[in-house]
Write a protein of this length. Sequence first.
Length: 89
Amino acid sequence: MSIDPRVALQSLTAALEEHLIAASARRGEGDPTVEAAFFAVADAFEVYEDSLYEAYSEVTPLQVFDDDDDDDEDSNELLDEDELEILDQ
């Protein structure tokens, strides 16, 4: 059963609004409300992206990073010209 992208977008928008509210009322560095809102945004985004792709074979230019992505130093580096030439061949 696929979700209508418009419904998924409304859920994403609501999650973003809740994250803003939580961030503005933050009670310290490790506030669990902010953390929960953060993950709610990530989950809502993935649902939206999946529903958008299922309905229209389209994706957004956005990406959700996992903690594992932070461990990969190469993922945050830009390619230099030599690497770009290799990719172009």
